[in-house]
Design a protein around this ligand. Sequence first.
Ligand code: SAM
Length: 232
Amino acid sequence: MSRASLEKRPEEVQAMFDDVAPRYDVMNDVLSLGQTRRWRKIVVEAVGAKRGQRVLDLAAGTGTSSEPYADAGIGVVACDFSQGMLKVGKRRRPDIDFVAGDATNLPFAENSFDASTISFGLRNVNEPKLALAEMLRVTKPGGTLVIAEFSHPTFAPFRTVYSEYLMRALPPVATKLSSNPAAYVYLAESIRAWPTQDGLAAWIQEAGWENCRYRNLSGGIVAVHRATKPRA
Ligand SMILES: C[S@@+](CC[C@H](N)C(=O)[O-])C[C@H]1O[C@@H](n2cnc3c(N)ncnc32)[C@H](O)[C@@H]1O
């Protein structure tokens, strides 16, 4: 069973997601206590795509984050570098356009999407700043970036309880349910090591995006950042 280290070597991250792919969506629902559905709805609203537009869902995994666009008749490209995740996705949703690609070297031309979004993926990318620059390149001027990622609860006592949940409760639950429990130790560690909401907003702006704002969900367990590509 493979798990990535906090160095996030691409081949380790890829192998880890190949391993978790068969039970990925079930685990998500259980470990988030059913919250993922609400979070995903808010992400789709933030993207605000319309029929006729084209959305890049990066690090799309099994395509669960891409489905709402396809269901609404919006053109969505689900891109990921784990063949295991893509295989499960293609089987589940043959109607969605799944593309194998690395977030740090996207296989798309510049200005090809109205919006680029990444849900629970950026934290796993070896060079997240490069991925932000790549998303900027492939998004049209005036287009939108939306990032959903685990973040840091804003209320200090809750932050302590949540941190305990991540480090103590989550790994044993994962051991019972997951096809790769070690991956959930990585999940807990990588969430703790991830930048704060303001820290991620700074990365986004440094990559060239503008008007970056974020919204905390579930007290800051998740943050949704939104920004736009300059028109000029
Ligand atoms: C936690 S899953 C998220 C899947 C989906 N977006 C969702 O919301 O359920 C993270 C995904 O990021 C992908 N990933 C990590 N690094 C990547 C990279 N450099 N390029 C493309 N995909 C990457 C993994 O393969 C995995 O499928």
